[in-house]
Structures are given as C-alpha cells and as structure tokens.
Design a protein around this ligand. Structure first.
Ligand code: BGC
Length: 254
C-alpha cells in the first residue's frame, strides 16, 4: 500500500471491466471484474453494471469511465457499437448520480483515448512520443487515439474512415476476424489495407496496435505491409481501465 490508487471502468461492445489501479505503476491493483455488456446496452443498464463493479470493490473515490463514443464535456455524441440512445446522453451526470458522487468526481472519455493515454504514459509509447503517434485499438470496432509530441488530440474516429467504399471497422476490426472465422494471415491484409488508407492522409511516425488481439501481436504484426512502423501495445486489454483511472484523478475531464 502507500501508492496512489484510482479506479477505471472500460465499457466495450462485449464486456464492461473495472478495477482499482495503481497509478504510479500504471497497473491494475487487484484482479479486475468483468460483466458482459447488457443487451440492449442502454445508458441505465450500463450505469447499473458500472455501479455494480465500483461497489464490488467498495471504492469511494473518483472514477474514470470509458465509452466507445465521441465524448465531449461528459456527453456522448456517437454510438457505433453501443445502444444508439447514448447519443446526446450526459454520461458524466448519469454515472455520477448512479454512483452517488459529485459530477466532478467522475470522468468520462472515449475508450481509445483512454487506452492511448495509458500506452503513452506507462506502455509502449514511453520514450517514443515525439512526432505523430497513433494508437489503434482492434476490438468490436476500431478505436483511435492521436498524439502530437505526446499530446492527445481527443475524439479522432479513424475507425470510421472510408476504405474501398466501406466503413473501415466493418472490414478490419478484430470482431470481423472472429465473426468470419479468419486466420491471422487472412485478416492481416485487411488491417494492412486499412493502415495504408490511414497513411495516405496522416503520415504517422509510429502506430501502436492495441486491443485484446494485440496479445497475439506476434501472429499478425509481422504480416502487415505498411510504411509506418507498427508496434504492439503493452497494456493489452487493461489499457482502457488504466487510462480512465488516471484521467479521473488528473483532469476530471479530457
Ligand atoms: C467508435 C469509437 C471507439 C471504437 C472502439 C468505434 O466504433 O466509433 O468511438 O473508440 O469503436 O471501441
């Protein structure tokens, strides 16, 4: 004990995961709890799940929560892989009320931004933050976090660029690999095509590939054909929790 702790909850298309976080080390302080994302994933149903996780740990301090949405000043503005009723929801107030906290004790941010911030501060991005770094999370969708000399430009939605006439994440997300039962060699060209499209207008210096599928990075990163160096995220599935917990104690907002 004696180290600073925070609490992060990561809301994804398939699971809601949360845990106290050791903020100095940037690691989970306990074994995380996971609840399957309720269906439909309405704000009230998701808020109940978040409260269940926070209460399970008896946590009373500030809480950071990620959403797979564009989030500005606590309000969700998009909802690609979560119930559409999130659009326009003041998530910060919803979670604060459900958790019995002041609004300022809850921070809500985009899931990929949270994961990206964790990667840059305690993961693969440490010592490699100069220039333009893009963190991509491959999961149910594709999330993105863009950093210029280490500073986050929040709410980039690069998973939705149009590639060959399609919304990119519908062709190259990790869920597509699972749903179509693709092997890594079958899925990797889809990711290459996506990254090449992104590169055509962004020219990043480094891409950090995250999401659960980055646990098996050795099976697909070597197969990618891209101009930009692509390296594996360090924090894998925990990055969102770690980033959310840090954001809650630093800024209270992004
Ligand atoms: C959403 C993003 C999110 C990403 C990963 C996309 O469909 O539009 O906001 O970061 O999925 O969950």
């Amino acid at each position: 004990m004696g180290t600073a702790r925070g609490f992060g909850v990561d809301i994804g298309g398939s699971g809601i995961k949360g845990c106290p976080v050791d903020l100095d080390g940037g690691v989970l302080a306990e074994e995380r709890m996971r609840i399957p994302t309720p269906h439909p994933s309405t704000p009230d149903a998701v808020a109940d799940a978040v409260a269940e996780i926070v209460e399970k740990f008896g946590w009373t301090g500030p809480v950071g929560v990620t959403l797979p949405c564009v989030v500005k000043e606590g309000t969700a503005h998009t909802a690609a892989n979560i119930d559409k009723s999130w659009i326009g929801t003041d998530a910060q107030t919803l979670f604060a009320e459900r958790l019995g906290r002041d609004r300022g004790e809850v921070c809500v941010l985009n899931d990929a931004d949270a994961a990206g911030m964790a990667e840059m501060s305690v993961g693969t991005g440490v010592g490699r933050s100069s220039g333009l770094v893009v963190v991509l999370t491959f999961g149910t969708g594709i999330g993105s976090a863009m950093f210029i000399d280490g500073k986050l430009i929040p709410n980039t939605e690069f998973g939705h660029i149009e590639v060959d006439g399609h919304d990119a994440e519908t062709q190259a997300a990790a869920s597509v690999k699972d749903n179509l039962e693709l092997t890594y060699p079958e899925w990797a060209p889809r990711v290459s095509r996506y990254i090449q499209a992104l590169e055509s207008f962004l020219w990043p210096d480094l891409i950090i590939a995250g999401g659960g599928v980055s646990k098996k990075a050795h099976k697909w990163l070597p197969l990618l054909e891209a101009r930009t160096p692509v390296v594996a995220a360090a924090l894998k599935n925990d990055a969102g929790i770690v980033g959310a917990a840090s954001a809650a104690v630093t800024s209270g907002d992004v």
